[in-house]
Design a protein around this ligand. Structure first.
Ligand SMILES: [Co+2]
Length: 318
């Protein structure tokens, strides 16, 4: 799951910002598109998690207690925390891989959610998105023009869809977070290129990380790969520190900017760029979550959780 960039920070880093355009503009243009334009549909009731599974503090109330918010310091993980992060990352990967096996034309995103939910229960872990700031499901499923935070519903996957499945698990007190974008049936060439370039951008960014490197090199790398392939970076969503908390410092921007802050050994964070085939502006729909592209363009996203090591990074969700 991805963190929303605060508008004030966003404005201080970028001059162009437009979130006001009406989404129905994109909808009226839908007929010109070779892929299906996705809007939220009806969904099923909240699925519960058995009492014996360890839950993050927000699981019952849906909101974050003050001590889970804020704090400016970037935490350097100790040995115990690193062991926990490795385990959570591996578990998230295992559940994503098993979920991916069921992706095919006709399956609904709600069925994907049911699968993720069941796998979490079988593995004694909590699906971190569930009730995080009242998110109603156990996984985010974001198709075509949905940039991120799509809520699983009764829409079946259609030939030519590209779908991001974003899994986070809370495992023995630690969160592990990753996502991938999958091709459903016959995806046109531009869609396939978008998915490929997004994965390249994430992996290129991972490869520049090591102690002493500025965090802004991540955004610079992602934006140069995106540009080289003719795509834009969606700046409104950012990677995040992760550990006992789902989202914590540092913020990881995916666009080009300048900042002197450098990486330290023992820090864990996510890198999760969203690339668009069109404009980079998003709108959040009235459900409070679904982030759609204002111009109706498709997006892809790939995410890993990484640990900064002595001379590079360890990918915890590989
Ligand atoms: Co994330």
């Amino acid at each position: 799951m991805i963190k929303k960039l605060s508008y004030s920070v966003y404005r201080s880093l970028r001059t162009k910002f437009d979130i006001s355009s009406a989404y129905n503009v994109a909808v009226t243009k839908a007929l010109d598109r070779k892929f299906s334009l996705v809007l939220p549909q009806e969904t099923t009731p909240f699925r519960t998690i058995p009492d014996h599974i360890q839950k993050p503090p927000y699981a019952v109330t849906g909101h974050l207690a003050p001590k889970q918010i804020g704090g400016e310091d970037v935490e350097v993980k100790n040995k115990h925390q690193i062991v926990g992060m490795r385990k959570a990352g591996k578990m998230a990967r295992k559940i994503l891989n098993q979920t991916a096996e069921c992706l095919k034309i006709g399956i609904t995103t709600d069925e994907i959610d049911a699968k993720v939910h069941q796998l979490c229960i079988e593995n004694d872990v909590y699906p971190s998105p569930l009730n995080y700031k009242h998110f109603p499901k156990s996984v985010c499923t974001s198709i075509n023009n949905v940039a991120c935070h799509g809520i699983p519903d009764l829409r079946p996957l259609t030939d030519g869809d590209i779908i991001n499945v974003d899994i986070t698990v809370f495992c023995d007190g630690f969160h592990g977070d990753l996502s991938e974008t999958y091709l459903i049936g016959n995806v046109d060439e531009k869609g396939r290129k978008l998915v490929h370039a997004t994965k390249l951008a994430r992996d290129a960014a991972i490869s520049v990380c090591k102690p002493g490197v500025e965090y802004c090199q991540i955004g610079k790398t992602i934006s140069s790969v995106a540009e080289a392939h003719g795509f834009s970076v969606v700046p409104a969503f950012i990677g995040h520190g992760i550990g006992e908390r789902f989202h914590c410092p540092p913020d990881i921007f995916h666009f080009a900017y300048e900042s002197p802050e450098v990486m330290k050994e023992g820090v864990t964070f996510t890198i999760e760029p969203i690339l668009s085939e069109g404009n980079d502006e998003v709108e959040i729909l009235s459900d409070g979550w679904t982030a759609v592209m204002c111009d109706g363009s498709r997006t892809a996203q790939f995410e890993h959780t990484v640990l900064v090591t002595k001379d590079g990074v360890e990918i915890l969700t590989e």
